[in-house]
Design a binder for this molecule. Structure first.
Ligand SMILES: [Zn+2]
Ligand SMILES: [Zn+2]
Length: 268
């Protein structure tokens, strides 16, 4: 499978996941024109999109979803709470409900969701699997608190896009008022570099190939700081894959993620 991050941060998120014949965009947190501009810059066409999957309804994840789905002629896939919060239903646009606890198939890819702790109606982390290759990629951001369920959900992935929103010290001494700081660091806010590194270490296994840190705060984090914190935690678990940082203003990728197990079965 192939990951292309069109952008990630508090001003917009959109991540394309592709198999050989299916393309899914997880979140569409930019206006349609901007999504198209970024996709073109990354060599990606959005016209043949198979689904726009949403993690939750906040504007930095969903602002361009309806317009993009309409333009591409594909459904918006989201939990019932997210669809309701956005006021989307089949009368207006094709929608597909993303259930908790079981996967749905779009094209050749399976999409599954796991509830997250965040101040939205029905927010989820999303995992996309290719049954043909066994590759599984998950996206977990806007996560206030790591739960046992989320840790289990992320345990077998080959590619992980993981929130590393803020550095605790930079948030404490940063420009935000106390109320905003409390919301960001609270149990329904965002993951710190420290929490992200603990979670990354907890789900690390021998075939975790790629970790992309995402949704970095541009005021309370620095890419090198997030990288170094998570790198140390992953290294202690024997991680030998790629560690990257998603950017707010420019695409990252395409990043190929395969399954070593699959490669051994096919070629070994
Ligand atoms: Zn967000
Ligand atoms: Zn959010």
């Amino acid at each position: 499978m192939r990951i292309t991050v069109l952008g990630s941060g508090s001003r917009g998120n959109a991540i394309a996941l592709q198999s050989t014949s299916t393309t899914i965009l997880v979140d569409a947190g930019f206006p349609l024109k901007e999504l198209e501009r970024r996709a073109a810059g990354a060599g990606l066409s959005l016209t043949g999109l198979d689904a726009v999957v949403l993690t939750h309804e906040h504007g930095d994840h969903a602002t361009g979803a309806a317009a993009l789905a309409r333009a591409a002629g594909c459904p918006v896939v989201a939990t019932s709470g997210t669809l309701r919060a956005l006021g989307l239903n089949d009368a207006d646009i094709a929608t597909c409900e993303l259930p908790h606890g079981s996967a749905i198939r779009r094209g050749t890819l399976d999409i599954a969701a796991c509830r997250t702790s965040h101040d939205a109606a029905d927010p989820v982390a999303v995992a996309v699997s290719d049954p043909g290759t066994g590759v599984r990629i998950a996206i977990a951001y806007d996560v206030g608190r790591v739960t046992v369920g989320l840790t289990r959900f992320l345990r077998s992935v080959h590619g992980l896009i993981l929130e590393a929103n803020h550095d605790d010290d930079m948030l404490r001494t940063g420009p935000y008022p106390a109320r905003v700081r409390a919301r960001i660091a609270g149990p329904t806010g965002h993951l710190s570099n420290r929490s992200a590194s603990d979670l990354a270490a907890a789900v690390c296994h021998g075939d975790l190939q790629t970790v992309v840190l995402a949704h970095l705060s541009d005021r309370c984090n620095r890419p090198e700081l997030a990288m170094e914190t998570v790198r140390q935690a992953l290294r202690s678990k024997g991680f030998r894959g790629r560690l990257l940082v998603a950017m707010q203003d420019e695409p990252v990728g395409p990043i190929e993620v395969g399954s070593r197990q699959y490669a051994l079965n096919v070629f070994g």
